[in-house]
Design a protein around this ligand. Structure first.
Ligand code: CO
Ligand code: CO
Ligand code: CO
Length: 328
């Protein structure tokens, strides 16, 4: 979340020249990485947001999976986490207890220890976590290593933003959202472990900036362009339905599109519902992995064997006039 005008302000950080800072804010990567020894670097990230679904336990699970994801995207292993809580004085504390329970259960599944946190009173619930992970300094996977000819593999379908918005506005039934909720609850741990094992060139997770936004960050950080093959992009069928039916797309699709469209080229005959979903903000989305063509088959096979989606959604090309190209 938060990849918008506000995020741009936060990125205007003073330039750092510390030889141990291996990944800083310069490439809009998922997390910061700092080398402690020749064998160990620490990965730092945080994420928090208002509930995207009503059930507090499920929201806690999703918030935790989402916060851990940035560490997995860097090829790291999360170790410690701290709660970030904003909660209205008027609400029943059992709601917060359920959120924390969902989150702690998810952290347990990931083998992460919750070591504390901070809470404030606020008008609206917000919940998330700061996460500390570890990675070998030589094995950090950033969004800056994509090379022309690389295949791009996506590990979760797109469309959870549209679906959760419709659920909130009473335009979708809970059973319509079940796939999307399961997807958001799923950790990117296995996908991360497998990509480390196979050896890949770049990775980012897909969150608030949508598939296009995060791919654009990867293209820019890697001084390359990215060509998507729209036919191979997995969308939740319900998300396609919802975008087709509604002329009022979520505000977030519109703001992502306004911000990103000038750096993208796509043919006029792309179905508008698919074009719109490319900008849909994801919560706890999948990994977008850039892997050499030689290793791509092995990566797809190993992900599939672990029952993880491995859609070859496009490829990296030489840097052109725009960062993102979409073909039919
Ligand atoms: Co991220
Ligand atoms: Co993030
Ligand atoms: Co990264």
């Amino acid at each position: 979340m938060g990849h918008d005008a506000l995020a741009q302000v936060l990125r205007q950080l003073p330039e750092v020249t510390d030889k141990n800072l291996l990944v800083g804010a310069e490439h809009a990567d998922d997390a910061g990485v700092y080398k402690l020894t020749d064998d160990i670097a620490v990965v730092n990230t945080l994420d928090f947001f208002p509930p995207i679904i009503d059930d507090p336990y499920t929201f806690g699970q999703i918030a935790a999976a989402n916060a851990l994801s940035d560490v997995y995207a860097m090829g790291g292993v999360p170790r410690l986490a701290m709660n970030i809580v904003a909660f209205p004085a008027s609400l029943d504390l059992s709601i917060l207890q359920e959120i924390i329970k969902g989150s702690t259960d998810k952290l347990k599944e990931a083998g992460v220890i919750l070591v504390g946190g901070h809470s404030i009173e606020d008008k609206e619930i917000k919940y998330g976590l700061s996460v500390t992970g570890l990675v070998h300094p030589q094995k950090i996977i950033t969004n800056a290593g994509a090379k022309p000819r690389d295949k791009l593999i996506l590990t979760k379908p797109i469309g959870v933003g549209v679906i959760t918005t419709a659920l909130k506005n009473g335009k979708a039934k809970p059973e319509d959202a079940q796939d999307a909720i399961e997807s958001m609850k799923a950790l990117n741990d296995e996908a991360s472990r497998i990509m480390q094992e196979v050896g890949v060139n770049a990775c980012t997770d897909i969150t608030g900036f949508g598939l296009i936004g995060h791919a654009m960050e990867m293209a820019e950080a890697s001084s390359a362009s990215i060509m998507f093959n729209i036919k191979n992009i997995p969308f939740f069928p319900k998300a396609i339905d919802l975008v087709k039916k509604s002329a009022n797309h979520p505000k977030t699709i519109k703001s992502n599109r306004e911000y990103l469209a000038s750096n993208l080229r796509m043919p006029d005959d792309i179905k508008p519902e698919q074009a719109n979903l490319l900008y849909d903000p994801q919560t706890s989305g999948g990994l977008l992995i850039s892997v050499s063509p030689e290793k791509s088959q092995k990566l797809v096979e190993q992900l599939s064997a672990a029952k993880i989606l491995a859609a070859i959604v496009g490829e990296v090309v030489e840097k052109g006039g725009v960062a993102i190209l979409v073909k039919d």
